[in-house]
Design a protein. Structure first.
Length: 192
């Protein structure tokens, strides 16, 4: 009887799956797939921010220029959250204090809120006025593309991120940068 209890304890007690969940450094390169991952997002965002801030015509502490962002297109088969990539770039540029960023996606909502405050002025202690918004000098926009190749022993994924800055007044692309990443996965002895 004792052996039966001991055997059932090991079978059912050890059958429970335990998970080891822990925090990990988000900046550590962690290659687990050839597809798009967080390491790629950080690497590409950092490269673009560095290139923007190095260009004295785009980023100038004495004469902070005002820019907005248009959507970055995902021209790959991978799911890439391009809004997250844009937000990472925006945040770093804002922290640099060399560039002013205007959020054009929320301007219309902001105008409606302000109009509602003015319309219902008797319900508000203080009304903020519109009309002092910063004029945008240019927009950053871009795309991410990918090339995937596979043969019997290797998978190869190539990502290219292009970011441009277009001057609103002239319609001219005044700045452009490309960044690429290649990931290679060699086949193991058995399977992929």
């Amino acid at each position: 009887m004792f052996r039966l209890l001991l055997l059932s304890y090991f079978l059912f007690g050890c059958a429970k799956s335990s998970y080891n969940v822990q925090y990990s450094d988000t900046q550590v390169l962690n290659l687990r797939t050839i597809h798009w991952d967080s390491s790629d997002l950080h690497e590409m965002a950092e490269a673009m921010v560095s290139a923007i801030l190095k260009d004295g015509k785009v980023a100038d502490r004495d004469n902070q220029r005002v820019y907005g962002f248009l959507p970055i297109k995902n021209n790959t088969y991978d799911h890439i959250d391009t809004q997250d990539l844009t937000n990472t770039i925006k945040t770093s540029l804002i922290h640099s204090k060399l560039i002013k960023i205007v959020d054009v996606t929320h301007r219309e909502k902001l105008h409606k809120i302000l109009q509602n405050q003015i319309k219902n002025a008797k319900y508000y202690d203080q009304i903020k006025k519109s009309g002092k918004e910063l004029g945008i000098e240019g927009f950053f926009y871009g795309s991410i593309s990918a090339i995937y190749q596979k043969n019997s022993i290797r998978k190869d994924m190539y990502f290219k991120f292009t970011l441009n800055l277009i001057d609103i007044e002239k319609g001219e692309i005044t700045w452009s940068e490309e960044m690429d990443i290649r990931k290679v996965y060699d086949r193991k002895l058995f399977g992929w």
